[in-house]
Design a protein around this ligand. Structure first.
Ligand code: PHE
Length: 441
């Protein structure tokens, strides 16, 4: 059907000889399991978010990470690969590994696809959670759709060395350095090691807080096009090493790209909030945004902007820019041009990407990755009305479709009815022939 059109997530695309996305795959789009209330993947997302909110706070105790869990899985080849300096011949680009919509667009193969654009928006600490798509065999632990959470943390010189005695004397960058196993050419070894330590201790803490303190783990050196050095975190589960996540020090070229753009757009978070519903938080705000809010002087917002300006100016002096009156209109969609707020010159960052299904399967004892897609109440009711903090152990139910029969009961008025009375009644009459008894509210 080359030459026809294809509609994906509300957008219409021209098919071409790259198109290999199947109707079956299209049917998964929009399920958004990771944000469905009471879904186990949603619990994992919530736990990762709360962990980062708690672990990284600003001076006033406010979380500094911003979270994006609603970005469209339709991305460009540029986003998924080029922006992450993935070589043109890298196997991850193969048609046999990706779901291409056409030669320009595909379903994201990792949530890292959004990294570069979010950095160029001026964000320093953020998390992207979403569904990702990879052509793969299907078995109990592989499925062509799964979910990832990708985090980035970018630090300025002062932050990197903040806790180091005489840190003011240390540098993030060096002129005539070499790329080695341990570091990139531009970075000093000390900056790299400090970032590596923060990265690994953060991830180990995260894994322990989700999987338990007794966790047995190991770091395995690996490679990704967008980080160096890079590692995988593996944990011992039922006598097998399971790969939980990939991580590393961000390739400087990715951060630096922002610098090369003479004019860089600063995204106005008022607009993001009004138009896209992005949560209102510190990291959405670049200093120009805050200036804009101050100038438009909208009561509490202006106060907030003042507080933020103080926060930002701790890190570096903030030039005031003469804003065009057009920009001062509060609800205009704008790209303000300035090369200051996203300048990457003095920054170094770490990043990681973690698979939600792997985590959930270990935590909840879920034996098969296909179960996450189940609409069977036998699966869902085991998580229904629970919270992300509850200890839940999944009990297997039949993989066969349910058959529904209705029976009505009249209960004596003078007695309080408890669902457990009914469960006991069913079990004492029918024994284990009855596959599941659960309470659907
Ligand atoms: N995108 C990588 C993957 O899908 C994970 C990763 C993210 C690794 C960020 C390093 C940094 O396997």
């Amino acid at each position: 059907e080359i030459g026809g059109k294809i509609t994906v997530c509300g957008g219409t695309f021209q098919r071409d000889d790259w198109t290999n996305i199947s109707p079956k795959i299209l049917s998964y789009l929009g399920r958004n399991l990771h944000i469905q209330p009471y879904h186990p993947l949603s619990f994992i997302r919530q736990n990762i978010v709360s962990f980062l909110y708690k672990k990284f706070v600003g001076r006033t105790g406010n979380p500094i990470f911003s979270v994006y869990d609603n970005l469209s899985p339709v991305v460009s080849v540029e986003q998924n690969f080029d922006s992450l300096i993935t070589p043109a011949t890298h196997p991850s680009r193969d048609k046999s590994d990706c779901y291409y919509i056409n030669h320009k667009y595909l379903l994201r193969g990792h949530t890292t696809a959004h990294q570069s654009e979010l950095i160029n928006m001026g964000l320093n600490n953020f998390l992207v959670v979403g569904d990702v798509y990879r052509r793969d065999e299907i078995d109990a632990s592989h499925y062509p759709v799964f979910h990832q959470a990708d985090a980035v943390r970018i630090c300025m010189q002062e932050e990197v060395f903040r806790r180091v005695p005489n840190g003011e004397a240390l540098q993030v960058f060096e002129k005539s350095g070499m790329r080695t196993e341990d570091k990139q050419q531009e970075h000093t070894l000390e900056a790299t090691k400090l970032m590596e330590t923060e990265l690994k201790s953060t991830l180990l803490c995260l894994a322990q807080s989700l999987l338990g303190q007794g966790l047995v783990h190991r770091w395995v050196a690996t490679t990704f096009p967008f980080t160096h050095p890079s590692w995988e975190l593996e944990v011992l589960h039922k006598d097998k090493w399971v790969e939980l996540l990939g991580c590393g020090i961000m390739e400087h070229a990715i951060l630096h790209k922002g610098m090369d753009r003479v004019l860089i757009d600063v995204v106005i978070s008022i607009i993001l909030r009004q138009v896209l519903g992005v949560p209102w938080d510190l990291m959405c705000l670049t200093h120009l945004t805050t200036q804009l809010i101050q100038e438009s002087n909208t009561g509490p917002l202006a106060l907030y902007a003042n507080a933020l300006t103080t926060e930002f100016s701790r890190y570096r002096p903030m030039p005031r820019v003469n804003l065009h009156p057009y920009l001062k209109a509060e609800s205009t969609v704008i790209a303000v041009t300035n090369n200051y707020s996203t300048g990457a010159g003095d920054r170094i960052g770490w990043a990681f990407g973690v698979g939600l299904e792997r985590m959930a399967m270990i935590i909840y004892d879920i034996p098969d990755i296909r179960l996450f897609w189940s609409t069977d109440s036998g699966f869902l009711c085991q998580f229904n009305n629970k919270t992300a903090n509850d200890v839940i152990k999944y009990k297997a139910v039949s993989m066969y479709p349910q058959c529904i029969n209705d029976i009505s009961f009249w209960l004596p008025e003078d007695r309080l009815y408890s669902p457990n009375d009914f469960y006991d009644l069913v079990r004492s009459i029918a024994g284990d022939i009855v596959e599941q008894v659960c309470f659907d509210s």
